[in-house]
Unconditional design. Structure first.
Length: 128
């Protein structure tokens, strides 16, 4: 298993980690297979979406913040229930096909680490 360190800078943020994951595939000489990506946190998640227009990421963040308000009479005493809920909405793992040594993503797709309770130092686990 490989570990990627992600240092987030905002409370809510989508960070493109496609290049770091591709580096792991390349350094391990994986030609064909499956790349499993897992986020071992409860207030951060992972998703795939457009990497061409950064407005897509800010629209996703704004919409999630509207759907799940930061304060809404939550019971969880830590005060970060919104982050837990958003993380579960996106999920904590995904897998991508590898062929010819490359992650098989669509033309406009990137893999995004989704921070919902930052800024923090985070981990992403990758298994080929
Ligand atoms: Zn919590």
């Amino acid at each position: 298993m490989e570990n990627i360190v992600v240092r987030t800078k905002s409370r809510v943020e989508l960070i493109d980690i496609t290049a770091q994951i591709q580096d792991i595939v390349t350094l391990n000489h994986l030609d064909e297979g499956i790349c499993q990506v897992f986020v071992p946190h409860t207030t951060a998640g992972i998703t795939i979406n457009e990497n061409a227009d950064p407005d897509v990421c800010s629209d996703i963040i704004n919409c999630l913040n509207k759907m799940v308000p930061f304060n809404d009479m939550y019971k969880h005493a830590e005060g970060n229930s919104a982050a837990h809920i958003k993380a579960s909405m996106l999920g904590f793992s995904l897998s991508v096909i590898v062929e010819g040594g490359r992650l098989q993503l669509g033309t406009w797709q990137g893999i995004y680490f989704a921070e919902f309770d930052g800024p923090r130092n985070r981990k992403v686990w990758v298994k080929l």
